[in-house]
Design a protein around this ligand. Structure first.
Ligand code: FE2
Length: 212
């Protein structure tokens, strides 16, 4: 399908997200506004690029065309990763059950659920803005934790995101100080929908709310 004929992306509703442990409704509301901006930017960029293509202005040597194209990765992943991130729920268990498929897969990959979480949190403690993502390699089923700078740098192509944690400062600075990221990470773990993570583990393709 040509880019210009594709349907625009729709902003997903995350109205269920209130009353989280350690992450305020105001923090979530502000964060959702940022997410909304990414959806709008993806649609606008696609329209602008389709228009340039239609007018015969698609050229790698055109600075406008090149800059708009470079922004696609940032805006697309800004939209996509937030859709995974907001698929959490209040009052969840702090870790998956050890007998669950996810618990077993994490134990296989890391030696234990606690070991996996130590690694995931250590990555979250890295300096800089970005994301921590538990990925599954669909070719081998191997699970690995990754740091993603901004929204796009470091995403292994074709890997399935299973658990996505936003560690940009905008994700927590209404509730916590810049130096209190570790408290936010603890709060994040009190609101994970482990059943959703488990579903992603077994789904053949990467599925997020936009696909529903
Ligand atoms: Fe964010």
């Amino acid at each position: 399908m040509a880019r210009g004929k594709a349907k625009a992306y729709k902003e997903q509703s995350f109205d269920h997200l209130h009353g989280l442990a350690g992450i305020s409704d105001d923090q979530i509301a502000e964060h959702l506004k940022l997410y909304s901006g990414y959806v709008k930017q993806v649609n606008a960029l696609n329209e602008q690029l389709a228009e340039m293509l239609g007018k015969g202005k698609a050229s790698g040597k055109d600075p406008e065309f090149a800059e708009l194209t470079r922004r696609l990765g940032f805006e697309y992943n800004g939209m996509i990763l937030h859709e995974y991130y907001f698929s959490n729920r209040p009052a969840a268990e702090p870790a998956p059950a050890s007998g669950s498929g996810l618990g077993k897969a994490l134990a296989d990959a890391f030696g234990g659920i606690d070991v996996w979480r130590t690694d995931f949190q250590a990555i979250g403690d890295m300096r800089g803005i970005g994301w921590v993502i538990l990925f599954q390699d669909p070719a081998t089923d191997r699970l690995t934790n990754h740091w993603i700078s901004l929204h796009q740098d470091g995403v292994p192509a074709g890997f399935k995101p299973l658990l996505v944690m936003d560690v940009w400062e905008h994700a927590f600075m209404r509730d916590y100080k810049a130096t209190e990221k570790a408290k936010y990470v603890e709060a994040f773990f009190r609101n994970v929908d482990w059943q959703a993570v488990e579903r992603r583990l077994h789904e053949a393709a990467a599925v997020r709310p936009a696909a529903a």
